[in-house]
Every structure is written in C-alpha cells, then in structure tokens.
Design a protein around this ligand. Structure first.
Ligand SMILES: *Cc1c(COP(=O)(O)O)cnc(C)c1O
Length: 389
C-alpha cells in the first residue's frame, strides 16, 4: 500500500469506524495466575497475556497508534511515550548497559542536547561531526544519535554513512522534522527512528507525545523501560496522535509546498542574509534529497541581514504567524531558538552547532501562502524601517 493509504488505514482492526478510547487504568482479572503471567511478560517488555492488568503496562488505544506508526515507518514495531523527551530518555536507558557514553552529532533539539550533556541518564556525551564519527565511536559507545533534518539549522546527515561509521553501535535518528512521510531511517540502516509526535504527527498543537519505531528486540527493551519508569502516553493523546496520522501526508505536503515558496522569497529579500532550507542551493551538500529525504519539509530558518538589530522587531510585527515554540502544526509558528528552545544549550555549543543568536525558525503551516508571505513581509519591512532608524 502507498503511504497515503497506509496513513488512513494502518492500525488495529476495529468493528467501529473510529478506534475506541480505552481510559481504564486497571483491568479486572478472573484468573490470578494469568494476571501474574501477564505482569511477568510485560515487565520484560513483552505483550500482555490475556489481560493488560494495569495502564502503565499496556493500553490498547496507544497500542493501535503504535501499530499504525510502525506501518508508516516500515518498521516491525513502535513504542509510544508521554513526549519526545520521554522517548529519547527511554532510548538512552535501554542502551545504557551497552556502554558508558553517547556519541552525538550536533545540532540537536535543545532539550536533547541538554539531556545528553546533563548525564542524567548515566551516560557521558561525545560530540562528533559526520567526519569524526568513526573516530569517536569505540567499544564503550552505547548509542549514536543524530537529527536529520536538524533542529533548528536544517542541517542534513547521511544516515547510511553514519551507520557505517557506527560499526554496529545502535543508531537513533531523530526524524521529527521529516516525519515518516519524507524519510524512513530504518530503510537506511538506522536502529531506531524517533519522533516528537507533539509536532507533525499530532499536527494541531494539542497533544504531547513521542514515539520510537524499531525492531522487536529494541521495542521490548523500550517497553521494559516504559513499564519501569512510567513515561506513558495518555490514551486520549494516543487517540489524537493516531487520528493525526490519517492526514499527515496531506498536511506535510501542503505545508512543504508553502515552505518552498516562502524559502525562495525570503532568500530573495534584501533584508534577509541567509535562509536554510534543504531545497535551496547549498541546502543539501551531501545530495540526500531523493536518496534519503523525499522533500525539504515544512520548517526553515533564516537570519536577517546584520544591518538589522535582531529578529525581535520582525517577530513583533507579525499578525498571522504566532510567535511560539513547537512546530509541525497546521498554523505557522516562529521563534528564535537561541532565546527559547535552545537556550538550555551553552552559547559556545550553540555556536559550534552553527546556531547564531539571530537565527529565526519558522514552522510553516497550511494557511494560504500569499497570506503568510504578506505577514512575513510586514515583519521584514518593520525590520528594514528599524535598520533605517
Ligand atoms: C520537540 C522536539 C523534541 C522533543 O519532543 P517533546 O515532545 O517536546 O518532548 C525532540 N526532537 C526534536 C527534533 C524536536 O523538535
């Protein structure tokens, strides 16, 4: 089946037209021995036996979302969490016994960079570039992590090259910006594809969630962590994220069409110094479009010409676009990563990631592109007036 069909139909067989929302946190058991066997199986990351027993161990609504997401990623299984950060935490904890540090490529989402740097999950951090990755990985490396396209600079990483450099160490690809519509990391050899489902998958800015697509063995390891630590996705959010999948291809393509137009127009505007978007000249130095990534996506970032004092005047002039963090929603959002989403990353690390203090990140929605452009231009004109004094 084609992705657009899968997006609508993947998930559980169901008698009703919409899947049921199972809110119960506990299940009656008639056979104590069977319930005990179910607890034993799930404590090790296996499926429930007869009864789920308890909502932290299993939820059928969430399991339906997981099956649908796995189908879209072309993965055997998927495991959902309360947020993208809960998903990343589970990946780190599940890999902990394999080594003592993570090797990561920057840039990363600010929260991910912060989590890795904090050592909270008991793993050290080695930062590498695509060129130094093979050198950085050794017998004590628990996990390799990269984002492509990366938040917020839209830098692209070659997944197959990273798999080769990792030499058998599991590779997690944060594919939040691409969604399963534009990229399937497991097809390129990645061990796990991680999504902040809060973003494009939900798509409406009203549900937090995270999900990891992987093979059965990693899924069991991640479920074991989820059972033990409790970063569970709420079943109502599971329902909403599952519903979001049906329109994911439509939304991603519509927003990407808008982003393409806006990226080109911004790049041609005299007040803009640089636009970062994979489809613009220079945006895909490794030639990954077509080979790994099926389109530039719906997020871009840009910097105003340095005659301008900074992006605040631009942000304040916006009427339609919301100044807000997060991304991947049906409406367009703009923010300054160094000031908000990436402020937890030390300034020198931000600079090393190619993230300047004046970079603006724009998550493009599905509004009419001319309405969006009129709003962005209003901001650019305000910035130009500011520069003119
Ligand atoms: C938002 C985001 C995360 C974190 O996800 P939450 O759902 O906010 O916990 C991780 N990675 C990327 C690329 C993100 O954009």
């Amino acid at each position: 089946m084609q992705p657009t069909t899968l997006a609508v139909h993947a998930g559980p067989d169901r008698p009703g037209h919409a899947p049921p929302i199972e809110l119960s946190t506990t299940w009656r058991f008639d056979d104590p021995a069977l319930a005990a066997a179910s607890v034993d199986a799930q404590a090790h990351g296996g499926p429930p036996v007869g009864t789920p027993v308890y909502g932290r161990l299993h939820n059928p609504t969430v399991a339906g979302f997981e099956r649908a997401l796995a189908a879209l990623e072309g993965a055997p299984e998927a495991v959902a969490f309360a947020s993208g950060m809960a998903a990343l935490t589970a990946c780190l904890l599940a890999a902990r016994e394999r080594g003592d540090h993570v090797v990561a490529l920057r840039p990363l989402y600010g929260g991910s960079d912060h989590l890795l740097g904090s050592g909270l999950c008991g793993l050290g951090l080695r930062v590498a570039t695509a060129d130094t990755l093979a050198e950085a990985v050794d017998g004590d490396t628990a996990l390799v992590l990269l984002e492509t396209p990366a938040n917020p600079t839209l830098a692209l990483a070659d997944i197959e090259a990273a798999v080769a450099a990792a030499r058998g160490v599991p590779l997690v690809v944060d594919s939040t910006f691409a969604t399963p519509v534009l990229q399937n990391p497991l097809r390129h050899g990645a061990t796990m594809a991680l999504h902040s489902a809060t973003k494009f998958i939900g798509g409406h800015g009203d549900a937090l969630g995270g999900v990891v697509a992987c093979d059965a063995a990693w899924a069991a390891a991640l479920r074991r962590v989820r059972v033990a630590t409790g970063g569970c996705l709420h079943p109502l959010a599971g329902y909403m994220l599952h519903r979001g999948l049906a329109t994911l291809p439509l939304r991603v393509h519509a927003a990407q069409d808008n982003a393409r137009v806006l990226a080109r127009r911004l790049a041609a505007h005299p007040a803009v110094a640089r636009v970062r978007y994979p489809e613009l000249p220079g945006g895909d130095p490794l030639g990954l479009l077509g080979r790994q990534l099926r389109g530039g996506g719906a997020v871009l970032s840009f910097e105003l010409d340095d005659r301008h004092p900074g992006p605040d005047a631009w942000l304040r002039a916006l009427r339609l676009v919301s100044p807000a963090v997060s991304l991947g929603a049906v409406d367009t959002l703009a923010q300054i990563p160094a000031a908000l989403t990436h402020r937890v990353v030390p300034p020198e690390d931000r600079a090393a990631s190619g993230l300047s203090d004046s970079l603006i990140r724009l998550s493009v929605g599905i509004e009419d592109v001319e309405d969006l452009w009129a709003d962005l231009r209003r901001g650019l004109e305000a910035a130009e007036r500011h520069a003119a004094g």
